[in-house]
Ligand binder design. Structure first.
Ligand code: NZQ
Ligand code: ZN
Length: 395
């Protein structure tokens, strides 16, 4: 087994109506003035925002609100939130929503604790984040896993750079997971979430380390569960049991557990981020749109790993087949599954459509941060590899 460090301090509360405990839980962590962050319409329309605010009032907490977070959350709104948090004197951030809202709250928490630093300096890794205000979460969509991850992803609206930042203080203090809150989700968001949860585990599973038995078994079990319940959630929208399984899997898929000891890959995530940055497409859809091409380009590096994935996750029968055959069957099974839940597996199926050669060049160079990095660990990808994968997906 490889050496690892695991720190996942988020206190998770799961079950119907758990969001009513918001005020009490924030107060117990010393909060007095809370900046409540939410998205476009859903939390207002469903009455969730009002219920959460009532819980804060009941706990004797002062609050202000900041709504309007868009999917692929923008740096400009986070900066505005930092100003609001500072002028209000906020000592706690409460996010009501999914990854976009939570990541905005994390960014505001960083900025409010470090008023001398523009937050984008953190995202450019010029300055490390050493302190931040605490963040609590009321989760409304199983997908990004930000409710217990150490990461936050922002898009700079001036430069169209989408960047993630991981640090220990990005782990929320608590997260409230009520699967009933997902009943209002549009079907497309449910399926984007299913892909994202799978990809958080697959981007850890496909890596150079193959000797972590328990980590592999956890990953395989989580994937089987998400695949099964993902189908059920699509066939029976709002199914409480299916959404419960997805919600818990979403948190476990990105808190680090399913990749312990691995040298995680995350190349498909980086490929997808450039598509979201350029075309503002949903995160989950950007991942399924590139995964098939990434897998077909990279599986030769270790066909046995893909074969194991096929047998353990997709239930392929290995008898009489070599690793190469099984690997290709596993890739096809994954592609078929994405299609079965209505997710794209190439650019023409993604809302951005087929792109010119110039755009593929631009995507590739941006993905290397203009020549500053390679991506991936399963197979380390240079700019020309990245360009080739985008080209494979460009149909
Ligand atoms: O804005 P509202 O009206 O709330 O609508 C949202 C939004 O349009 C809607 N929605 C959420 N909960 C709902 C609901 N609609 C009805 N009922 C509900 N209960 O869903 C839409 C998408 O929301 P968003 O927060 O963008 O979804 P998601 O959780 O998929 O987050 C995606 C963002 O997270 C980043 C992605 O890159 C993307 O920017 N990620 C963050 C990660 C992290 N911090 O660890 C890891 C991920 O890999 C990912 O990169
Ligand atoms: Zn993701």
């Amino acid at each position: 087994m490889q050496i690892f460090e695991f720190y996942s301090p988020t206190h998770m509360y799961f079950g119907p109506n758990c969001e009513s405990r918001c005020g009490e839980l924030a107060a117990a962590r010393g909060a007095t003035k809370i900046l409540v962050v939410y998205g476009g319409h859903s939390a207002v329309k469903s009455g969730l925002l009002d219920r959460v605010l009532a819980s804060l009032t009941q706990a004797g907490l002062a609050y202000q609100t900041l709504g309007g977070v868009q999917p692929n959350p923008r740096l400009s709104l986070a900066r505005k939130g930092v100003e609001q948090a500072l002028s209000f004197g906020a000592d706690f951030l409460l996010a009501i929503g999914g990854g976009s809202v939570i990541d905005t709250a994390k960014a505001i928490a960083d900025g409010a604790a470090n008023p001398q630093t523009d937050i984008w300096e953190f995202w450019l890794k010029k300055i490390p984040v050493t302190k931040a205000l605490p963040v609590g979460v009321v989760l409304t969509i199983p997908a990004a896993g930000s409710e217990s991850s150490d990461s936050a992803v922002l898009t700079n609206d001036d430069t169209l750079e989408k960047r993630g930042l991981s640090c220990p203080s990005h782990r929320p203090a608590f997260a409230l997971l009520n699967p009933q809150l997902t009943a209002t989700l549009p079907p497309y968001q449910v399926t984007c979430g299913i892909v994202d949860i799978m990809m958080h585990t697959m981007d850890r599973y496909f890596n150079p380390i193959t000797s972590n038995d328990l980590t592999d078994e956890l990953a395989q079990g989580l994937l089987r569960c998400v695949i099964r319940n993902g189908t059920r959630a699509v066939e029976k929208p709002g199914d409480y049991q299916a959404m419960s399984e997805l919600m818990w899997a979403g948190s476990l898929s990105h808190n680090g557990l399913t990749g312990l000891g691995n040298i995680v890959d995350f190349a498909p995530h980086q490929l997808g981020h450039e598509l979201s940055a350029m075309f503002d497409v949903a995160h989950g859809a950007s991942l399924s749109a590139v995964w098939d091409s990434w897998a077909r380009y990279c599986y030769h590096t270790n066909p046995a790993r893909f074969a194991k994935f096929g047998v353990q996750v997709w239930g392929l029968d290995p008898s009489g087949k070599d690793d190469e055959t099984l690997a290709l069957e596993a890739i096809q099974a994954t592609k078929d599954y994405f299609h079965s839940i209505g997710m794209p597996t190439c650019l023409s199926e993604l809302s951005c459509g087929i792109q010119s050669e110039d755009v593929l060049d631009e995507l590739a160079v941006r993905c290397t941060y203009y020549g500053q990095r390679t991506i991936g660990s399963f197979q380390v990808l240079q700019r020309e590899d990245i360009r080739a994968i985008y080209a494979l997906a460009n149909h």
